[in-house]
Design a protein around this ligand. Sequence first.
Ligand code: UD1
Ligand code: UDP
Length: 377
Amino acid sequence: MVKIKNLIIFGTRPEAIKMAPLVKEFQKNTDIFETRVCITAQHREMLDQVLSFFEIDPDYDLDLMKPNQNLHRLTSDIIMGLKPVLDDFCPDFVYVHGDTTTTMASSIAGFYANARICHIEAGLRTFNKRSPFPEEINRTVTGSISEYHFSPTKASKQNLLNENVKDENILVTGNTVIDALLFSVEKVNSMIFKDEEVESINRLIEPDKRIILVTGHRRENHGTGFINICKALKKIALENKNIQIFYPVHLNPNVKKPVYEYLSGIDNIKLISPLSYPSFVWLMEKSYLIITDSGGIQEEAPSLGKPVLVMRDTTERPEAVKTGTVTLVGTDTEKIIRETNKLLFNNDHYASMSMLHNPYGDGQASKKIIEFMKKVS
Ligand code: UD1
Ligand code: UDP
């Protein structure tokens, strides 16, 4: 039997986390599919951390990351870098994820090579071209090129229907990040998980202090946004000596520079390197609340029952805002401080935001995608 040829392409940390369960699932179905993995390596160290945890050995590595890369160069490097890979493998289907530059450029490159594009995490929209920047346009472009759309929620499917995508080409699957999260929580909680990185973080934790976990990287927050965020974190730390802020700092120099300049040397702020996925999941579980501008963390936190303050003005993930686990605070210094204090000092408010729920899936998304692909291939 002639096998269906799949090429799965990703480049950044969150794409890798969210594509790993799909790669693993396709690897169980080698009788029907021949599946290869290509990484653009838009990220390097942060991507390699994920590949190593999920034991994924890519078939192609474009190794494209440059220090402080710009969007124009990155986009053209991805398209040109993929040409020989596509010529070599001639995939029937190219799978891309989400909204990064890798996603958008790979979908164009795959389309030019006559592959059909399958978009995982399809249909998220803020309807604001510049927020998140450039992700809203990246995912819209990919959506318009894609043949099949795997939407995490009914609301994201509805966005695609509103753009005249055919109903039969969309499947609501939940988000594959929950597949990855459940796998990792199990591994983290298992007896065999003894990790040096976790041990080293554990040594920094003072058990009588509540942990606030912080991450941030969005391009639209670079500059003034990050300075406002840092001012808020500094004030929160100085005024609340009974809390500890843990902040794994993204490697983007536009983030690292202001964060280390403003927040170094404060004893209850721990600036640390990006954590491997299982260590980060472990630290989320230990945290009292999370302050972030991340997309993926907005999806993971409700499953762990952790309140999230999102440092953005818009979100393409309205489900957790509606159910109350997520509050948008933008990059307004005073608002970040006010909402953090509410969670620290008002127990009823904390309880209302910390309920466990799974608006983004049940951990079966990759299985659903593969069953669908078996039918349409
Ligand atoms: C990218 C994505 C964003 C995604 C985010 C996840 C785009 C335009 N942006 O943003 O959608 O939410 O990843 O984190 O696709 N760097 C390293 N090592 C790494 C990773 C990054 O040194 O492992 C540094 C490099 O200097 C690199 C810079 O960070 O040039 C920026 O990386 P880039 O992928 O362009 O942007 P991100 O802000 O990471
Ligand atoms: N994450 C991680 N280590 C860290 C910080 C985050 O593994 O130090 C994980 C997190 O659990 C989530 C993903 O990285 O799954 C989010 O990545 P990021 O915030 O960089 O990108 P976004 O989701 O905003 O695109």
